[in-house]
Design a protein around this ligand. Structure first.
Ligand code: NDP
Length: 253
């Protein structure tokens, strides 16, 4: 995407990123902070979140909040508590990037391990739903809030052996569309990003034989992440965007 954001695009914005400790989520958190936002870093591995927090402080002088949380075991009650705790610290949320995700088994449906299937659905769909529900009141208090979900090309057209992951991303697209329709006449916009093949640990485990050098880095796909969080996308809702338009799904060749 060719998008030139203003340096202060996200000045004073409060943005929560899930899976902020690694991969695309880490880069998104750093990028949002560099454009003026204050970050709420949610993720599973506390030391990774602390590293991102330290990096943001070093680069921007801004102190981020850390929310260690395992989406695999999170409950509805825990989501409510998390939101209540946040309400004591911040007046509203200008944006939420649901980025954390689990890949699960790359195997035909006949061979998908049911326990892993449930884990993928829990992290990618159920936790995302419960967290969204809990955070909606904080989002709706903002002037121009943006809710962004992370999808995939296999969440639009099914592909053999992508199993639970593909089905969870179809569900993510569905959640985004339903929510966008529900808030169509209000100030909350809701959209999906399909990052496209990106150089991360998840990508390497999905395509172990692929040359990572042939993939875009998380930093290279950030223009869309900025566009959807900032006011330039104010009138966009219910849409699914490609961070790498024109890229053919599947391994880089
Ligand atoms: P990574 O595996 O590199 O990072 C995923 C992040 O999610 C990590 O920070 C991880 O935490 C966190 N996470 C995983 N499970 C949980 C959990 N149970 N609770 C809390 N946090 C968790 O993945 P990517 O950066 O590649 O992917 C980011 C998003 O983009 C995902 O939704 C993915 O499906 C999607 N995507 C990625 C593509 C790619 O090519 N990379 C292509 C299409 C879509 P921890 O660091 O502790 O492991």
């Amino acid at each position: 995407m060719h998008y030139q954001p203003m340096n202060d695009l996200l000045k004073h914005r409060l943005i929560l990123v899930t899976g902020a400790g690694d991969g695309i989520g880490r880069e998104a958190a750093l990028t949002y902070a560099r454009h003026g936002a204050r970050l709420i870093l949610l993720g599973r591995t506390e030391h990774k979140l602390q590293d991102v927090q330290a990096e943001i402080l070093r680069e921007t002088g801004t102190h981020s909040l850390i929310v260690p949380c395992d989406l695999l075991t999170i409950t509805e009650q825990a989501c409510t508590t998390l939101a209540t705790d946040l309400e004591k610290q911040i007046p509203h949320l200008d944006g939420v990037l649901h980025n954390a995700g689990l890949l699960g088994d790359i195997a035909p449906i006949a061979g998908q391990d049911p326990a892993t299937w449930h884990q993928v659905m829990q992290v990618n769909v159920n936790a995302t739903f419960m967290l969204t529900q809990a955070l909606l009141p904080l989002l709706l208090k903002a002037a121009s809030p943006s809710l962004v979900f992370t999808s995939s090309s296999v969440g639009r057209v099914g592909r053999a052996e992508w199993g639970a992951y593909a089905v969870s991303k179809f569900a993510t697209e569905g959640l985004m569309q339903v929510l966008a329709d529900e808030y169509r006449n209000q100030h909350l916009r809701v959209n999906c990003i399909n990052p496209g093949g990106t150089r991360t640990a998840m990508r390497a485990s999905a395509f172990p034989d692929e040359d990572p050098q042939r993939l875009k880095t998380p930093a290279e796909i950030m223009p869309l992440y900025l566009y959807l969080m900032g006011d330039d996308s104010k009138r966009k809702t219910g849409m699914s965007f490609d961070a790498q338009p024109g890229r053919k799904p599947g391994p880089a060749v």
